[in-house]
Design a protein. Structure first.
Length: 273
């Protein structure tokens, strides 16, 4: 039995299937940990959703910002962007079944010394706290009032965690940290415009995983979301968004021995989108 963590798929199902073949994935014995952003920008989002759903308990996925965007569009509270490739999902005969399945997925998975999340953890959050906060959002997504969550999900403020936050502001900060954050101040103030490389991070901000004294530093955090960061395999940080969508490889790492597996992109999307 082996556990493979896989970077952002973003509708690149051809490459995802090739990666599963490359690692000789056996759903009866192995586990997949997917960092989120299953859909969008790539050409085969519908195929990705159907495939991951068919894997049942052998695949664990956390939700990414593009997955949440799909759900918000389906609820009629967000509009498609010019670069979105979600029409096939939205018009599929099994649309509702797939979206209900997607909405039931996690925002964070913690197991042993590992934490799986799409974007990151705020510096003040322990793993246990982050897991509990993720559960708060997951409960709303799976509950009867999930439409109201999507109505209020979008926005950059508040941009900092406070324990006394309540209501939609509390849920928004949790969601933004787990699915959108790349950089923040040591005090946990998030900035969402920056998408560049580490050396160009604005003064006063840090890559979230480099903030001194980060409360989750004893765990190994597996994440994606930051394609400009690329592959990062440190002792306590595994970044797996290697930009398959933009022409880079799609990456998987076997957690038991840290062996890296990659397949090349077949049809990259133009970055001027």
């Amino acid at each position: 039995m082996a556990t493979y963590a896989v970077g952002d798929i973003q509708g690149c199902c051809t490459e995802f299937r090739q990666l599963l073949e490359r690692i000789r994935f056996d759903p009866a014995a192995d586990k997949l940990w997917l960092v989120g952003d299953l859909v969008n920008r790539g050409p085969e989002s519908l195929d990705v959703l159907r495939l991951v759903k068919s894997l049942g308990d052998s695949a664990i996925t956390v939700l990414g910002n593009h997955d949440l965007h799909l759900l918000a569009v389906a609820e009629g509270v967000a509009e498609l962007h010019r670069s979105d490739t979600l029409d096939e999902v939205l018009s599929a005969p099994d649309r509702d079944e797939l979206l209900d399945w997607l909405r039931s997925q996690r925002l964070l998975h913690a197991e042993g010394d590992y934490v799986l999340v799409h974007a990151g953890l705020l510096p003040s959050w322990t793993v246990a706290q982050a897991q509990q906060l993720a559960h708060e959002v997951e409960a709303v997504l799976r509950g009867e009032h999930y439409h109201d969550f999507f109505v209020r999900m979008y926005g950059n403020n508040p941009n900092q965690w406070q324990d006394d936050l309540t209501g939609h502001k509390r849920l928004r900060v949790i969601t933004n940290a787990l699915t959108r954050m790349r950089i923040c101040t040591p005090q946990g103030e998030m900035e969402f415009k920056f998408k560049g490389v580490e050396k160009d991070i604005p003064q006063g901000y840090w890559a979230w995983f480099n903030v001194p004294g980060r409360a989750s530093a004893e765990a190994t955090v597996i994440f994606g979301h930051w394609s400009a960061l690329g592959l990062k395999l440190d002792r306590r940080v595994i970044a797996l968004d290697t930009g398959c969508l933009w022409g880079g490889p799609m990456s998987a790492i076997r957690l038991e021995d840290r062996q890296l597996f990659q397949v090349s992109c077949k049809n990259p999307v133009a970055k001027n989108w």
